[in-house]
Design a binder for this molecule. Structure first.
Ligand SMILES: [Cu+2]
Length: 174
């Protein structure tokens, strides 16, 4: 009788665990130029139907800087190795939080505004993106901090060079 209860309890725990578990990833951001003092962190957390994004950067020139997810998880060659924008549906450039996945690249996060102290933050919820799902999975891709402002022009926002970069890595802690 008792062992039945234990089996039942274990089953209940196993069944409910996936609902509680939320995948989390971190992209440690570093300056791409040699000797660059740029640093920061992008934290991505799976939430119901999307990802919560929380970015902090330091030692960046004041003003607006484009911030996107690029296709490849490689920050080499001053960020060029990260390839083009992550654009799984081959759509036009935009702002994904406003235009949605049909009218913006999945990693079109717009701009981070940097203050005179060289720091800036960006927080957003991006519906549809995942860290563990089959579609719109951004794990293993790279976040790129651009030299200039993303003006939302085509094809990629005219944001210039890539001054900061970090690869999105799933973190083990839950
Ligand atoms: Cu970009």
């Amino acid at each position: 009788m008792r062992s039945w209860l234990i089996v039942l309890m274990f089953s209940a725990i196993l069944l409910t665990t996936p609902l509680v578990y939320a995948a989390k990833a971190v992209a440690p951001i570093k300056g791409t130029a040699e000797g660059s003092a740029i640093s920061g962190e992008a934290i991505l957390e799976e939430s119901e139907g999307g990802i919560n994004l929380d970015v902090k950067v330091q030692n960046v020139p004041a003003g607006k800087h484009g911030f996107h997810i690029h296709e490849k998880g490689d920050c080499g060659d001053t960020g060029k190795a990260a390839g083009g924008h992550y654009n799984p549906d081959n759509v036009t450039h935009g702002l994904v939080t406003k235009d949605g996945l049909q009218h913006a690249h999945a990693g079109d996060f717009g701009n981070i505004e940097i203050g005179t102290d060289g720091t800036g933050t960006l927080k957003a919820f991006i519906p549809g993106l995942t860290l563990t799902g089959e579609k719109y999975n951004v794990t293993g891709k790279a976040v790129i901090l651009h030299e200039r402002e993303d003006d939302f022009g085509q094809p990629t926002g005219n944001a210039g060079g890539r001054i900061g970069c970090g690869v999105i890595i799933l973190s083990v802690d839950k």
